[in-house]
Design a protein around this ligand. Structure first.
Ligand SMILES: Nc1ncnc2c1ncn2[C@@H]1O[C@H](COP(=O)(O)OP(=O)(O)OP(=O)(O)O)[C@@H](O)[C@H]1O
Ligand SMILES: [Mg+2]
Length: 317
């Protein structure tokens, strides 16, 4: 069995505002293995940043416990900081000095000699395709380049765990794919990665296991494939009719390959094991009731449909 890189037990963070208690993280149990690529998914305000803030010792838990590389974050924060590095949502690079100097200072801070720090900085900047910006200031690099530079800086001292808070937020689609490639390469070289994201597709394409959190709690967790197969390989077709979908739904639920039908007013959500011919059948079922279709969309079997099946609701971005 692989050793745990990250463990949390009943991890909790509450903020007190006068009489109000905000449960930012409300009892989270996580276990990330060494060498794993793990995703923490959830909508805005779910508690992702707070969770990783506690794992990286920047936020003090108000309950439960957490450890990184077997070291307790509350009891031995200084040691934890040697083992874990974080790339935060905001750009935290020093604008007064060059990109390479940002990296070198980090290396020096963690005890590297000047020459070693310089060598490692150039090696990483080359690996991340930004060697040409080594001497540039932060004002002279693009958002995507700054993000890459921050990752390089984070891994300067070879941390056991790399934590990325929404690494692809605000970067264009092409840069995003490039970033994904770089992260996959890092992981293939043995780096344990914990990433937070809003996006199911990002988790699906990078992570081996995920935990979906909402309102500070884990609502679904497991291996990507496991979650998908547990939820069944179903497509979900949503049809909006010109009137109440109830009677048409009864007809729809009798279609052989339809596994589940849900109705909300004029909206009908149809889970099915095939999609060929389905929309035609639904249109006919509606027409029998004097309804026509206003809007239709289909989600193919994916993490998104799995999430819907597991939690009974749409993944809120
Ligand atoms: N310092 C703080 N004081 C009070 N409340 C806070 C503080 N930090 C976070 N919160 C609240 O805790 C909850 C979780 O916030 P958090 O930043 O962890 O969410 P998140 O999942 O990272 O969201 P996002 O996707 O927007 O980054 C939110 O309701 C937020 O308003
Ligand atoms: Mg956040």
């Amino acid at each position: 069995m692989t050793r745990a890189a990250i463990t949390t037990t009943g991890l909790r963070k509450e903020y007190q505002y006068g009489p109000h208690t905000i449960k930012a993280v409300d009892g989270i149990d996580l276990s990330v293995g060494e060498g794993e690529f793990f995703g923490l998914l959830g909508p805005n305000g779910a508690g992702k940043s707070t969770t990783i803030g506690m794992l990286t010792t920047r936020i003090r838990p108000t309950g439960g416990s957490a450890s990184v590389a077997g070291i307790d974050v509350l009891a031995r924060p200084v040691e934890v900081r040697r083992r874990v590095a974080v790339v935060t949502q905001r750009n935290t690079m020093d604008r007064q000095i060059s990109v390479a100097e940002n990296l070198e200072f980090r290396g020096r801070y963690f005890g590297m000699g000047r020459r070693e720090a310089r060598r490692r900085a150039m090696e990483l900047l080359t690996e991340f395709d930004i060697a040409d910006k080594a001497g540039a200031s932060l004002d002279e690099v693009s958002g995507g380049q700054a993000r890459r530079a921050m990752i390089c800086r984070a891994i300067m001292h070879r941390p056991d765990v790399l934590v990325l808070d929404e690494p692809s937020a605000g970067v264009d689609p092409q840069t995003r794919l490039h970033l994904w490639d770089l992260l996959r390469r890092l992981h293939a070289d043995g780096q344990t990665v914990l990433l937070t994201t809003h996006h199911l597709d990002e988790a699906e394409s990078l992570c081996q296991r995920i935990a979906v959190i909402d309102h500070g709690r884990v609502v679904a967790a497991g291996g990507i494939d496991e979650i998908k197969s547990a939820a069944g390989a179903e497509s979900v077709t949503t049809v909006v009719f010109t009137g109440d979908a109830g009677p048409a739904a009864e007809t729809a639920s009798k279609i052989g390959y339809v596994t589940r039908v849900e109705v909300e007013g004029s909206r009908m959500r149809v889970h099915a094991t095939q999609t060929t011919g389905l929309i035609g059948e639904l249109a006919a079922a509606g027409a029998d009731q004097g309804l026509s279709i206003q809007d239709v969309s289909t989600l193919r079997p994916s993490l998104e449909t799995a999430f819907l099946n597991l939690t009974g609701r749409e993944y809120r971005q």
